[in-house]
Design a binder for this molecule. Structure first.
Ligand code: TRP
Ligand code: SF4
Length: 406
């Protein structure tokens, strides 16, 4: 767990490729998680339009509109633009520069070995993904993360390998560029700038960590460093590195924050996904929701109304587990097994619950859709805030990589 920022000061960063209207799978799997995080952490959430281009470079015309509708769905779901920073990747070109600079130190083998590289090439056979951009997909993601020095990256299982790559790249970067010739002298000087008492405390915590592996001492020392208002950023990085026995930590290693596998099934019981054609979109009308649920499959053994069924063999039952309280679940389970209720009856509470969930989301979506200027200004503000942070990191990276002339 070395070289990571302490949780209480962690910045959260996450991106989504622009896919247009989101569905209930996104809502239960990702957005609800973001809704909680936005009040606990400083969150940066962005539209990964460059990532979309790595796979859709030959047909990019839908990307802008998809990104736009997706942002409206974020806002409609309750992402608060005053709490979280919302922006568009391609409007923060600093990501691209960091991507380029990181590419200098990233061994090809690291990228070729990322599991999604071969998997996606296999899965998307109809596309030619033997491109430079596609190989660089996870490194671009590393740049997205590292440019905000994000401590936590909420992702699904499939993206953990990308965060792991990011950690390796950060480690390599710090190893190569964090070692100044006079590192120890500078670190000692920095330490003294904290004052006698703090310097002494730092020394003893550092010793406890380095000699006894005392994790608590490490945490306390980090908090001490974070609380120092009058040392420079570079000095703080030196001291973070000095504390752990390395060089300066310019790019801290992020942690994946694993989103619980979404319990949201699709209409056929498989994972809800646009490519399976089993979704309920956040913008589906009440009539469409009703239609979709009324026609969704049930336990195939219930051919006639009088045949008893088994909820465990029925995707509707999975919806009950997401939407129904215990009383309704008991009613459905018993009614199914005894053939006491019909399937349409059983579906009705789910239909009502999904509609009730979507109603306020759709009202908000409509409000935002009617105020494109407001959405534009949310994104403009977000892009600016993001750029301010990104520029700072990039400035340090340029210095560290000797790209700044007198
Ligand atoms: N690759 C991510 C996905 O497909 C999207 C993404 C791009 C991302 N950059 C990121 C996620 C940075 C987290 C952090 O879902
Ligand atoms: Fe599924 Fe409900 Fe029909 Fe049973 S009664 S098969 S749980 S829809």
């Amino acid at each position: 767990m070395n070289s990571t920022v302490s949780a209480q000061h962690a910045r959260v960063l996450s991106g989504m490729r622009p896919t247009g209207h989101l569905h209930l799978g996104h809502y239960h799997g990702v957005l609800k998680n973001w809704l909680d995080l936005q009040h606990e952490y400083e969150c940066f959430l962005f539209v990964a339009d460059w990532h979309a281009l790595t796979t859709h470079y030959d047909n990019p015309s839908n990307i802008p509109n998809s990104g736009w509708e997706m942002v409206i769905d974020w806002l409609a779901a309750g992402i608060d633009p005053n709490a979280a920073t919302l922006f568009v990747q391609s409007r923060v070109p600093e990501h691209a520069e960091l991507h380029l600079l990181l590419s200098m130190i990233t061994p090809l083998g690291w990228l070729e070995r990322v599991p999604t590289y071969k998997d996606q090439q296999e899965r998307l056979k109809e596309r030619d993904l033997a491109t430079y951009g596609f190989l660089g997909y996870p490194l671009l993601q590393s740049a997205d993360i590292l440019i905000y020095k994000a401590g936590l990256v909420p992702v699904g299982e499939d993206q953990v390998a990308h965060v792991e790559l990011t950690r390796e790249v950060a480690r390599r970067f710090n190893h190569i560029y964090g070692r100044e010739p006079d590192f120890e002298t500078k670190a000692e000087e920095a330490k003294r700038k904290m004052g006698k008492k703090n310097a002494k405390l730092f020394d003893s915590l550092r010793r406890r960590y380095q000699e006894q592996g005392d994790q608590e001492a490490l945490n306390v020392a980090r908090a001490l460093l974070e609380g120092q208002a009058n040392i420079t950023l570079a000095d703080r990085e030196r001291l973070f590195g000095y504390l752990e026995g390395g060089g300066r930590i310019i790019l801290p290693e992020p942690q994946p924050l694993l989103t619980k596998a979404s319990r949201m099934p699709g209409l056929d019981g498989q994972k809800m996904s646009k490519s399976y054609g089993n979704v309920i979109s956040l913008r589906d009308s009440p009539a469409e929701v009703e239609q979709a649920l009324r026609t969704m499959p049930t336990d195939p053994a219930r051919v006639r109304r009088t045949d008893p069924g088994d909820p465990d063999k029925c995707p509707v039952w999975q919806f009950h587990q997401v939407y129904s309280d215990e009383r309704v679940r008991d009613w459905a389970r018993e009614g199914c097994r005894s053939a006491g209720i019909g399937c349409l009856e059983c579906k009705q509470p789910v239909i009502d619950a999904v509609r009730a969930e979507l109603q306020p989301i759709q009202e908000r979506a409509q409000e935002y859709a009617q105020q494109p200027d407001l959405v534009r200004s949310i994104l403009n503000d977000g892009c600016e805030r993001a750029r301010d942070v990104a520029r700072e990191t990039l400035d340090e990276v340029r210095h560290a990589m000797s790209l700044v002339m007198a």
